[in-house]
Design a binder for this molecule. Sequence first.
Ligand SMILES: Cc1cc2nc3c(=O)[nH]c(=O)nc-3n(C[C@H](O)[C@H](O)[C@H](O)COP(=O)(O)OP(=O)(O)OC[C@H]3O[C@@H](n4cnc5c(N)ncnc54)[C@H](O)[C@@H]3O)c2cc1C
Length: 304
Amino acid sequence: MISQAVREALQKFVPSENILYKEPLKNHTTFRVGGEADCLIQVDSMERMPKLLSYLAKVGIPFFVMGNGSNLLAGDKGYRGIVLQISDKLNEIKAEGCRLRVQAGAFLSKAAKTACELGLTGLEFAAGIPGTVGGGVVMNAGAYDGEMRQVVEEVLVLDKEGTLLTLDNGTMEFGYRTSVVKKHPLIVAECVFLLKQGNKEEIAAKMADFQSRRKEKQPLEYPSAGSTFKRPAGYFAGKLIMDAGLAGYRIGGAEVSAKHCGFIINRGDASAADIRNLIVYVQEEVYRQFGVQLEPEVLFLGDF
Ligand SMILES: Cc1cc2nc3c(=O)[nH]c(=O)nc-3n(C[C@H](O)[C@H](O)[C@H](O)COP(=O)(O)OP(=O)(O)OC[C@H]3O[C@@H](n4cnc5c(N)ncnc54)[C@H](O)[C@@H]3O)c2cc1C
């Protein structure tokens, strides 16, 4: 619950049209599940953030930063606190030679498309990843042998006091689907990509090829959060799940996609609990049959 006093204070930091109370998270996650957040703020300016962050710290209200919610499983009971959504209200892209300076809320697909139009190569892998640049940086998103680590030169972040810091590629501690932002409460504000001059037609063809491979292999017609599990060393999660006989296995409205067993999909009426229970069931079965521990790549948010 957000008290009237807090509601009045929030309006001093953020335009009221960007503040949504009791906002269903299912409207903001690609799994299309999730109960209400007490409040969701659509961030449209990083300049306003320091004052907002220090106010939230002072009154002790927890917050969670989200991008496009494409790697999140939000609980059916929602989130007690404030979700700071950094998405399409902060999506500027500026080209500076071989560099693209991109605000955190810009979609990876938009950054990749801009790079292509400018004949810059390096971001082709990102064209089909349905997240923001901020979320991609946090997750070190990657596909088809490309990942953020290869193209990020530096990242502008806000720390929890609202101080703006510039972190170079090494300081970002990129690893498999992780970065320093997963370990410290930092907010990604902007990212500078360093790309290479390339051939526009070749870049476009590569992106189109990746897109059609996705369409062919992934259940893009259903809500999901992409690969549910990380790739375990020496194995492929999807193959293990298929070999465990779980293709098409359902709990409630959640299903192991028969098209790509690495994806859990929402058949339309899944609850977050259905999806979480299916994740646990798959983990148990794969461990029981093959002794391999699957770790979710999907992140859990709020109360289930
Ligand atoms: C159909 C489909 C296909 C996918 N394919 C791929 C793929 O090929 N490769 C891949 O790596 N992923 C893939 N994903 C997963 C997902 O798109 C990526 O992990 C993406 O990078 C998440 O970005 P997001 O903006 O949606 O972040 P969210 O899901 O909103 O958040 C992810 C994490 O980042 C944090 N975060 C987000 N923005 C910020 C910010 N500005 N500052 C600080 N923290 C922030 C959140 O707190 C959370 O911890 C896929 C998902 C779907 C649905």
